[in-house]
Design a protein around this ligand. Structure first.
Ligand code: FE2
Length: 290
């Protein structure tokens, strides 16, 4: 029998979404891109926040003590320093370029507070769901300082930080078999292009955070900074830096993962499958069982 290779399909842009300005924690200004009325969820992704400001008044209050259960939080710092501390004795400072992939599992209580009183604070927090079978797993961290995030330069004008997933022979340090995530930070010079083949069936988005990029079939209408493109079905994702773009024409995070296709019951920092499990989460938190 002859094996027939499946044709590799290009992923088109399904829709473009803009984030919503909001505030969270004790009064931190941020832009909610996933987890707002325009894009409530993109299974397995529950939330994407972009924070970025030079004004300490917009970040100094931080995120004092709060709980999480049932999912993972992924913090990717671009600028600034943030101290993280939880009720299981885990503590550390996130610096520019570092990644913290926290599996909250059955429960943690933690704080995320700025470790600076002035200067720029910029980065992302992504919430990634866990399957029902792993929501009550033990809390765990995958934390990497900037030097541990490999950078691929597959062609001229293309720089890809590989947080999760694989670019050529370079593999990102994050491991999460449940959702098999891809998380790349892609920077393109004007005229440069990068093609990444994602697993068919994975949900995928591109969030441009500097400049502009031409994505997939949208060569004429670049996706500009602070816009998220939800990518449609297919595998091959192509990003191009607009020709007039200069040395850094555009920069984006490219994120993909296997959808869980399970019911989602969420309230604030708890994400479970049923209302009964949400009630249980409240009771366990209030009873000091996190
Ligand atoms: Fe948190």
């Amino acid at each position: 029998m002859n094996a027939v290779a499946e044709p590799v399909q290009d992923r088109p842009v399904a829709r473009v979404v803009r984030g919503m300005p909001t505030s969270d924690g004790a009064g931190v200004s941020l832009t909610r891109v996933i987890g707002q009325p325009g894009l409530p969820e993109l299974d397995p992704f529950l939330m994407l926040d972009e924070f970025g400001t030079d004004n300490p008044m917009e970040y100094i209050a931080g995120f004092p003590s709060h709980p999480h259960r049932g999912f993972e939080t992924v913090t990717y710092m671009l600028d600034g320093r943030m101290r993280h501390k939880d009720n299981h004795g885990h503590e550390g400072v996130l610096v520019p370029g570092s990644v913290q992939w926290m599996t909250a599992g059955r429960g943690i209580v933690h704080s995320e507070m700025p470790e600076q009183e002035q200067g720029r604070m910029r980065g992302f927090q992504l919430w990634l769901n866990l399957p029902a079978a792993q929501k009550m797993t033990a809390p765990a961290y995958q934390e990497f300082e900037p030097s541990k995030i490999p950078v691929a330069s597959p062609s001229h004008g293309v720089h890809v930080k590989v947080i999760a997933g694989t670019v050529g022979a370079i593999k990102g340090p994050i491991s999460q078999p449940a959702t098999d995530p891809t998380y790349l930070d892609v920077e393109l010079a004007g005229g440069a292009s990068y093609t990444h083949v994602l697993p068919a069936g994975h949900a995928a988005f591109v969030y441009v955070f500097e400049g502009a990029l031409q994505l997939g079939d949208r060569a004429d209408t670049p996706v500009v900074a602070h816009q998220l493109a939800v990518m449609g079905p297919g595998q091959r994702l192509t990003l191009r830096g607009p020709a007039a773009g200069g040395e850094v024409a555009g920069r984006a995070i490219v994120v993909a993962g296997r959808p869980l296709r399970e019911p989602v019951a969420r309230h604030g920092p708890f994400v479970m499958n049923t209302q009964a499990e949400l009630v249980q989460a409240f009771q366990d938190y209030q009873g000091g069982r996190f």
